[in-house]
Design a protein around this ligand. Structure first.
Ligand SMILES: Cc1ncc(COP(=O)(O)O)c(C=O)c1O
Length: 403
């Protein structure tokens, strides 16, 4: 009997909201994924910017298995050491003084948005509740986060949606200024829009968001679910772009593949989330926090982050050269080891085809919309493996150009 998992089996019992590739991964090791049928793939997608230390990174396996023999779950009726230590480490390494743990990026943003409203409610009254967000933003798939996100397709058919949210164009300082008033409780933005097409925030835009939030007594929320935990060459991207938020959401690479989310903030703002105001059963789960503790402790080391920055400069030059050789790219944008290659008209909207050809050549790529190929490899991938992954990506581009 053939014991391999098939796409048909998947489709038979799964809700059809995902459409995965035919190949089914069986195991991973470092920068490689091996499929059930024996193909080796170089992972330049990192599980959508999650697997920041590659697959089955030994110190994380050790942290997980050690914790697995001790304690899995107690709920937030009791404190636990991994969560307490992780919160302390995050506070020591960032602007934050208080941390809330949850299980995903959407939940971290949900907590951030609820906290911003509650803080305004407690300090300025219920009328100060409007959230200013940006076109093309992505903040998750809960009803609140799709409403705050700037991609209406993700709200379609799920209404009525929460209200008290306005959207303005990203990087448009004048539009942001025009949107501000005393009823605004928060501005939420990604310091680099990932899902929305790999678009960096300009320094002027970030500075204006900070200044306008201060001027109107609103909180500045940075969604660092995708940009955080070393990706930008600093532990969090705000440290690379030089503007500090009041609230920061983190997830994805925080657990390097073990689900965990976190919301970071100051003691003054956090104080309004008194016992019973917000929560989630598995937030601060000891297994997740033990893994995240080992991950953050590895990634926050200066030498580790320096290596990310060194590889960033090298990889940017490689991608620009690839674009010149193939004529495929109109632009190469990045924040650290997180790249978006916008396609020229000759390959217009064919990012998905490049991703498909990439798999045939043994490399896992990502897209960000139809016209951008996105890369988010593990931050500790050796340069020769990155180079091999890039050569496979170029072969995928050549195939796509040819057919
Ligand atoms: C910027 C950003 N925020 C939030 C999310 C949602 O995170 P999750 O899928 O863990 O809920 C994502 C996911 O891609 C993201 O990129």
């Amino acid at each position: 009997m053939n014991s391999m998992t098939t796409r048909a089996q998947f489709d038979q019992h799964m809700v059809p909201n995902y459409a995965p590739f035919q190949q089914v991964p069986e195991r991973g090791e470092g920068p490689y994924v091996y499929t059930e049928d024996g193909q080796q793939l170089i992972d330049m997608a990192g599980g959508i910017a999650v697997s920041a230390l590659g697959h089955c990174y030994p110190p994380l396996v050790e942290a997980l298995t050690t914790q697995a023999h001790k304690l899995w779950h107690v709920s937030n009726l009791m404190a636990n050491k991994p969560a307490t230590d992780l919160a302390a480490m995050l506070c020591e390494s960032t602007f934050a003084e208080r941390v809330f743990f949850c299980n995903s990026g959407a939940e971290a943003n949900e907590a951030a948005l609820k906290l911003a409203r509650r803080y305004a409610y407690e300090t300025r009254g219920a009328a100060k509740n409007r959230i200013v967000a940006f076109d093309n933003a992505f903040h998750g798939r809960t009803l609140f986060t799709v409403s705050v996100g700037g991609q209406p397709k993700y709200q379609e058919g799920f209404g009525p949606c929460p209200t008290g949210i306005s959207h303005t164009p990203y990087n448009d300082v004048a539009a942001l200024r025009a949107s501000m008033d005393d009823d605004v409780c928060a501005i939420i933005l990604e310091p680099f829009q990932g899902e929305g097409g790999m678009t960096p925030a300009t320094p002027e835009f970030l500075a204006a968001a900070r200044a306008l939030a201060d001027q109107y007594g609103a909180l500045l929320i940075f969604d660092e679910v995708q940009s955080g935990v070393g990706r930008a060459g600093q532990l969090y991207a705000y440290q690379a772009v030089g503007v500090t938020p009041d609230i920061l959401s983190s997830a994805k690479a925080l657990g390097c593949g073990f689900p965990i989310g976190a919301m970071l903030t100051t003691a003054e703002i956090a104080r309004v989330l008194t016992p019973g105001t917000h929560g989630t059963t598995s937030g601060g789960n000891p297994l997740a926090c033990a893994v995240a503790l080992a991950a953050v402790d590895t990634i926050r080391q200066p030498q580790f982050l320096q290596n990310v920055r060194d590889n960033t400069a090298w990889m940017h030059a490689e991608l620009v050269a690839m674009g010149e050789r193939t004529g495929a790219f109109r632009d190469v944008r990045n924040l650290g080891l997180w790249f978006g290659c916008e396609l020229n008209p000759v390959l217009e909207n064919r990012a998905g085809d490049i991703m498909n050809h990439g798999l045939q050549h043994g490399v896992m790529l990502l897209v960000a919309g139809a016209n951008v190929v996105r890369l988010a490899p593990a931050l500790n991938t050796d340069r020769d493996v990155l180079a091999l992954g890039l050569s496979k990506m170029e072969a995928a581009i050549t195939d796509t150009l040819g057919g």
